[in-house]
Design a protein around this ligand. Structure first.
Ligand code: ADP
Ligand code: MG
Length: 726
């Protein structure tokens, strides 16, 4: 028997070299290997007869190799193999299949999986099928008889698990099948379940050991459909388990927070008057409702942890300023943090425009501020002379000493993953006052997080389990919907003519060029070339500005100011303008190489226009060939302006890891669960986690709760490196 935490290299058949390959897949321990689940299953108990195949279906076929060979076409080498069952034949083709030479031998049995098609002559074929040569033990480097028999029993005559291969195909699905078989045989005996019995029975959960056995080796009679959809009892157990302990951790955090001392802000007529005085417009009903939710949190004696979610342009900024006034009028300081310097500067301009008249003192503290000036500003902050402190998230890193920090506002959180945010908050817990030194036992500041990612509500509620949620679901009045069109860049002349007309009518325009980190050098060059072309040739008579991430901050600020004041007609920019930039007079956005942008990113970009009363236009220019997925993104953009619809589709296209941004640091990377597929289970897990944390009752005992929390701590520590939870 091995421990679950035993390194994989001690499993029979796995040595240090293979262990290294596995580590590349995140598989280090026996437990990791056991949680490496099949991504699909093949029914090799009832494989299909070639004669009964229909074009268009996905099918598994077991057949005998007849002939194979490579032939060259003008475009590429193609490998062809013909498999047969008696007289029925099935042709298999692999493009660029040179690597398959010498792979198949006549008489071998192969399992083939793929989409059945008809060729021009009406014969059946599968393009690029996945395949496995059956019982060809030599492929695994072992060839004794017992091994061969085992291989056969694992590979045919049953529903067979298919694993993603590893190490550039060196560790095949067959290899995993055997390794996991061995791992299952060496698994420690069933231990008591960390999920309380009442939860187990409500959710009809089978035991972890049983689940692991059955997820890898489905029992005879298990439904193939349920297996493929991850809906067998074995899958449900493993998915629930994973989500349950994540939700338990979030629930724990939330309760911990509620138990801390916060500031009970007073919200009386004087404060209400102060808010009214600064409002430059009538708030929308949604803005009023959301402010009420925030204000009611702020009045309570424990710290606020609230997420304000609102599509681009829904008017989050003014709500943040209103909350700031409540804190300032109560004698506290407010920190407002933005993800980029440009955005911090933008907030600074806005704040001064809207708040300075009322006597509030506002400072900007970002990395680019000179040392001397920084010292000055810090002193102001420490003495309580500054009321609203605006900066980038670097504010967290700096040892800023606040005199009395009451509210922290974090803007455009969608740049940050969930886990990163938890780490931010952890920091603010360790050092009360977000990086500020203050006396132990001092009250925790309130935190308001703002995001423009329209996360579907159920998902938001569960994912941001430690935050309360407010939604701005209404755009300010007087907006005309943005008209979005897609054109090929062969028609750029027409597009530039259109831009010129809009400028002649007194409007301003953005031209956005993609600069993706991977190819930054090259793409930046292309963007600069574009800029020169536009400013010197196409729009030689107009004022064209340039904004990109590499410019130094003074220059960035200057360019933004010129565009804001209308002195520039056209702003050529990279995605640095993606978040937050707010110039109401800009009514056109041309996005070059729109096919290279992600859907949410396109939507964020487009959100920079359509902010005033004038009709706005977004032109998506494409250059070159657009992938199928690219087509779907562009289609969606043309079809709808609704951030929620766009988010749903984006989530579907990219999967949650990418969707929530920062793949590297962002999401809890779920091993088994899939947040789209498993939404319902996620909700159940949240509900059950809350029930457990509510304390012992007739169904759940204190020892059971303690056990669950111990398990949760261990998991959080191992997976997310967040020791403090719990
Ligand atoms: P976002 O939610 O994207 O941060 P902003 O706060 O930048 O949106 O607001 C977008 C634009 O709408 C700004 O120009 C802002 O002044 C304007 N705005 C916000 N609320 C209202 C309102 N109630 N009535 C009119 N204009 C508003
Ligand atoms: Mg904003």
């Amino acid at each position: 028997m091995l421990e679950l935490s035993t390194s994989v290299q001690y499993i029979k058949g796995i040595g240090p070299r293979v262990a290294e390959v596995l580590a590349g897949k995140g598989i280090r321990t026996l437990q990791d290997l056991l949680h490496y689940l099949p991504f699909r299953y093949e029914d090799r108990l009832n494989p299909r007869g070639i004669a009964e195949l229909r074009p268009g279906e996905m099918a598994t076929v077991i057949a005998e190799v007849r002939t194979s060979g490579l032939f060259r076409t003008r475009r590429m080498p193609i490998f062809q193999m013909t498999a047969a069952q008696g007289r029925a034949r099935l042709k298999c083709l692999w493009f660029n299949g040179t690597y398959l030479r010498d792979r198949f031998k006549p008489g071998q049995m192969v399992a083939l999986y793929g989409k059945v098609e008809e060729d021009r002559r009406g014969e059946l074929q599968i393009m690029q099928p996945q395949f496995e040569i059956l019982g060809d033990a030599a492929e695994d480097g072992s060839s004794d008889g017992a091994d061969r028999k085992l291989a056969a029993s694992l590979e045919v005559g049953r529903i067979v698990p298919i694993y993603e291969s590893a190490g550039q195909g060196r560790l095949t699905a067959r290899w995993f099948r055997r390794a996991i078989r061995t791992a299952l045989e060496n698994m420690p005996p069933e231990q008591s379940d960390s999920i309380p019995a009442a939860v187990r029975s409500r959710m009809s959960l089978i035991s972890p050991t049983e689940a692991l056995c059955k997820v890898h080796w489905p029992e005879p009679g298990e439904s193939l459909t349920d297996l493929q959809a991850a809906r067998t009892p074995a899958h449900l157990r493993l998915i629930f388990e994973e989500l349950f302990f994540v939700e338990l951790g979030l629930e724990f955090k939330r309760r911990q927070m509620k138990a801390q001392t916060g500031i009970a802000f007073r919200l009386d007529d004087r404060v209400r008057e102060a808010i009214k005085k600064i409002l430059p417009f009538h708030p929308t009903a949604a803005q009023k409702r959301v402010l009420k939710e925030i204000a009611s949190d702020m009045e309570k004696p424990f710290p606020m942890r609230r997420l304000l979610q609102g599509d681009v342009g829904s008017g989050k900024t003014i709500v943040a300023f209103e909350a700031a006034i409540i804190a300032i009028e109560n004698g506290c300081q407010v920190a407002l943090m933005a993800p980029t310097e440009i955005l911090a500067q933008q907030h600074y301009f806005n704040a001064r425009r809207i708040l300075e008249g009322a006597g509030y003192r506002i400072v900007l503290l970002t990395g680019s501020v000179e040392q001397d000036r920084k010292r000055d500003i810090r002193r102001h902050i420490a003495h309580g002379n500054a009321h609203l402190i605006i900066g980038t998230h670097a504010l967290l890193e700096e040892t800023v000493e606040f005199s009395k920090l009451g509210l922290v506002i974090v803007d455009e959180q969608h740049r940050f993953g969930v886990m990163q945010r938890l780490k931010l908050m952890r920091k603010s817990n360790e050092e009360p006052g977000v990086g500020a030194k203050s006396t132990p036992g001092a009250a925790e500041p309130d935190v308001l997080v703002m995001t423009a990612t329209p996360i579907p509500r159920t998902l938001a509620l569960t994912l941001y389990g430690d935050l309360e949620l407010s939604v701005l679901d209404e755009l300010p009045p007087g907006r005309t919907p943005i008209v979005t069109r897609r054109v090929s860049d062969e028609r750029s002349t027409e597009v530039w003519d259109f831009v010129r007309k809009q400028v002649a009518a007194g409007h301003q325009a953005y031209v956005v060029y993609p600069v993706i980190e991977e190819n930054e050098e090259r793409e930046l060059k292309a963007a600069l070339k574009m800029y020169r072309e536009l400013s010197n040739v196409v729009f030689a008579d107009l004022k064209v500005g340039l904004l990109h991430g590499r410019l130094d901050n003074d220059l960035k600020e200057q360019v933004m100011r010129l565009f804001q004041s209308g002195e520039l007609n056209i702003l050529v920019a990279t995605t640095v303008i993606e978040v937050g930039v707010d110039v109401t007079n800009a009514s056109v956005m041309v996005i070059e190489h729109a096919e290279r942008f992600g859907l949410s990113q396109l939507h964020q970009l487009r959100g920079r226009i359509g902010r005033g009363a004038a009709k706005s236009f977004c032109v998506l220019m494409t250059g070159g060939k657009v992938s199928e997925e690219g087509e779907r993104r562009l289609d969606a953009m043309v079809r709808t302006n609704d951030g929620f619809q766009i988010a749903e589709l984006d989530l579907e296209l990219r999967g949650p890891g990418e969707f929530f941004g920062t793949r590297q640091a962002g999401m809890p990377s779920f091993l088994i669960a899939n947040l789209i597929r498993d939404r319902r289970i996620l909700e159940a897990a949240k509900r059950e986690a809350a029930a457990v944390m509510a304390g012992p009752n007739a169904e759940i005992s204190q020892p059971e709760i303690d056990r669950a929390i111990r398990e949760m701590r261990a998991r959080w520590q191992n997976t997310y490196g967040l020791v403090e939870v719990g």
